[in-house]
Design a protein around this ligand. Structure first.
Ligand SMILES: Cc1cc2nc3c(=O)[nH]c(=O)nc-3n(C[C@H](O)[C@H](O)[C@H](O)COP(=O)(O)OP(=O)(O)OC[C@H]3O[C@@H](n4cnc5c(N)ncnc54)[C@H](O)[C@@H]3O)c2cc1C
Length: 243
């Protein structure tokens, strides 16, 4: 038995600029891929010339096509690739995993997130149109219409590049009566503060919330992470010397 996640080759069938910082990629030809059905499910994405993956939410899935909405920020492996015309490129996608687990007695949903959380929040809202849902979205672009109209959305402007006020926003929320579910994703250090608040001040049971660190701010730029093996082999096959 192997513990390695299954991987699928796919081709970028379309690239669409949804807003200045959000690019929609449609990946085609995923033979054998099956969605978990969990609305915040994500896959690992490996772009050409790289061997490290980055995680992206499955915004939509139909037959053999997968839709990912990718945030393009300052620098990053996927950001730089997705900022260019990448249609026709071949990528690798790993098996999906999900985390959102709505308790059966939940009478409402609260969703909070930054731009990276928008694909998951959009899919969660679409999946639960009958559940009263409030969303706080901290995004730098105008994404009016991105979330289904069944949600009551508060749009917040980020205080600066790669900074967030979501921890303060959560501390100020007026919580609905009764049982519900709180889902949130964004920059990891903010998420740590929020988990503490939910556990210590709000005393929520672990099953009543899900708070995910989606990216790490302030971290040094990741190394280019180019796997030299395939490049060396391709060069050798083309008759180049080791130099
Ligand atoms: C479960 C899960 C689901 C996710 N779903 C999505 C999704 O649907 N769409 C999406 O765009 N992202 C999503 N993310 C976040 C995404 O994986 C990270 O933002 C990732 O680091 C982006 O890779 P990169 O190659 O562009 O940058 P990296 O090479 O990883 O990072 C380079 C630098 O950019 C900074 N950085 C990384 N992300 C951001 C950001 N968003 N804003 C500002 N600075 C940043 C880092 O601090 C680092 O210094 C998800 C993450 C997880 C864990």
């Amino acid at each position: 038995m192997t513990t390695r996640a299954r991987a699928y080759d796919a081709t970028v069938g379309a690239r669409e600029q949804l807003s200045p910082h959000l690019v929609r990629l449609t990946l085609d030809g995923l033979d054998g891929f099956t969605s978990t059905g969990v609305p915040d499910e994500w896959v690992g994405l490996v772009v050409p010339g790289q061997f490290q993956s980055r995680y992206y939410t499955v915004r939509a899935w139909e037959e053999r096509s997968l839709v990912l909405d990718v945030v393009v920020h300052d620098v990053g492996l996927v950001t730089e690739w997705a900022s260019r015309d990448c249609a026709g490129d071949t990528v690798v996608v790993t098996e999906p995993k999900g985390s959102f687990m709505l308790p059966p007695d939940a009478g409402w949903l609260l969703l909070v997130g930054d731009l990276t959380a928008m694909p998951a929040m959009a899919r969660i809202v679409e999946t639960h149109p009958d559940l009263p849902t409030r969303v706080w979205a901290e995004v730098p672009d105008d994404l009016d219409g991105y979330l289904a109209s069944t949600a009551d959305v508060t749009w917040l402007e980020p205080p600066g590049v790669a900074s967030s006020r979501l921890a303060e926003v959560v501390e100020g929320i007026e919580w609905p009566e009764g049982e519900g579910y709180f889902w949130m994703a964004g920059e990891s250090s903010q998420m740590r503060a929020i988990r503490k608040h939910l556990m210590r001040e709000r005393r929520l049971a672990p099953a009543a919330y899900d708070v995910m660190g989606y990216w790490r701010g302030g971290a040094e730029r990741q190394p280019r992470a180019v796997d030299p093996g395939p490049i060396w082999r391709a060069g050798k096959a083309a008759g180049k010397t080791g130099d």
